[in-house]
Write a protein that binds this ligand. Structure first.
Ligand code: COA
Length: 257
């Protein structure tokens, strides 16, 4: 498939996906969702891809939101379908069996903040700004923002951001726990790659089980998911290798089996 709104680059088994509509501050339209969906299908099954970075083209924005021009005339029914489409693609990111990191290089607003929050963790450049400004349009977030923001930064702070529509700078996002690290703009991708290179050395099934269990942290069955994911690791060759290597005082060699 040829991508008109994404740029893809793979290096050291890290796929970098760049949302590429800089003239519209990388706003998420139907094409971006279709293309992201397609890339994610490949991420799930392609053994050459061990992890993913999602970022935005240009220096100004990660993603400045859903494409407002596309939905301004929508009915309630259309809006439900639009929200469901966004949710589905973002769930596909969140539930991916491989780490997906958002590298936020500028505005992450509305659907852009929601996209970053669907990723497994976030790294921001010093010029990043986060916000859910939907109230300025007479709207609320529709791609999971009210839920994920509340989970990530707590209800009080989320309520303030959701209701005021105000943006926060990278340093505040770090203080709130919305992002894990803040870097100079030029070091953003390198920081993500250095963390991912550590993760790449671990057993892939253990990584996917971490993601599965942590994703259920705010459900009634999170502990049950953890127990099952923990037990599932015992079926893997990598667990045998990891525990044997520890006892034999050598480095494990994981194969993903
Ligand atoms: N949807 C569609 N187009 C968008 C967009 C969005 N969410 N965000 C930015 N754009 C477009 C602008 O319309 C403009 O296009 P044009 O040059 O054809 O007119 C272009 O991107 C550049 O944006 P501009 O507003 O001129 O840049 P700025 O530096 O003055 O302001 C923002 C930057 C991010 C503050 C401003 O673009 C903005 O408020 N965007 C909307 C944010 C938002 O409400 N997101 C949630 C949507 S639900």
């Amino acid at each position: 498939m040829d991508y008109s709104s994404l740029r893809l680059f793979i290096d050291n088994h890290i796929l970098t996906v760049t949302i590429n509509r800089p003239e519209k501050l990388n706003a998420l339209n139907a094409t971006v969702f279709t293309e992201l969906d397609h890339v994610l299908d490949d991420v799930y099954v392609n053994p050459d891809i061990q992890s993913v970075i999602i970022t935005g083209a240009g220096e100004k924005a990660f993603v400045a939101g859903a494409d407002i021009a596309e939905f301004s005339h929508y009915t309630e029914e259309d809006a439900k379908k639009l929200a469901q489409r966004g949710l589905d693609v973002f769930f596909k990111i969140e539930r991916a069996p491989k780490p997906i990191v958002a590298c936020v290089n500028g505005f992450a607003l509305g659907g852009g903040c929601e996209l970053a929050m669907a990723c497994h963790f976030r790294i921001a450049s010093v010029n990043a700004q986060f916000g859910q400004p939907e109230v300025n349009l007479g709207l609320i977030p529709g791609y999971g923002g009210t839920q994920r923001l509340t989970q990530l930064i707590g209800k009080g702070r989320a309520m303030e951001l959701l209701m005021s529509g105000q943006m926060i700078q990278a340093e505040t996002a770090l203080q709130y726990g919305l992002v894990n690290h803040v870097t100079p703009a030029e070091g953003l991708l390198e920081k993500a790659k250095s963390i991912l290179s550590i993760i790449h050395k671990k057993a892939p099934m253990a990584i996917s089980n971490c993601i599965k269990a942590a994703n259920d942290a705010y459900t009634d069955y999170g502990y049950e998911t953890e127990t099952n994911a923990f037990a599932a690791c015992f079926k893997t060759e990598d667990f045998k290798e990891g525990s044997t290597a520890f006892i034999e005082k050598r480095k494990p060699v994981f194969t993903g089996k």
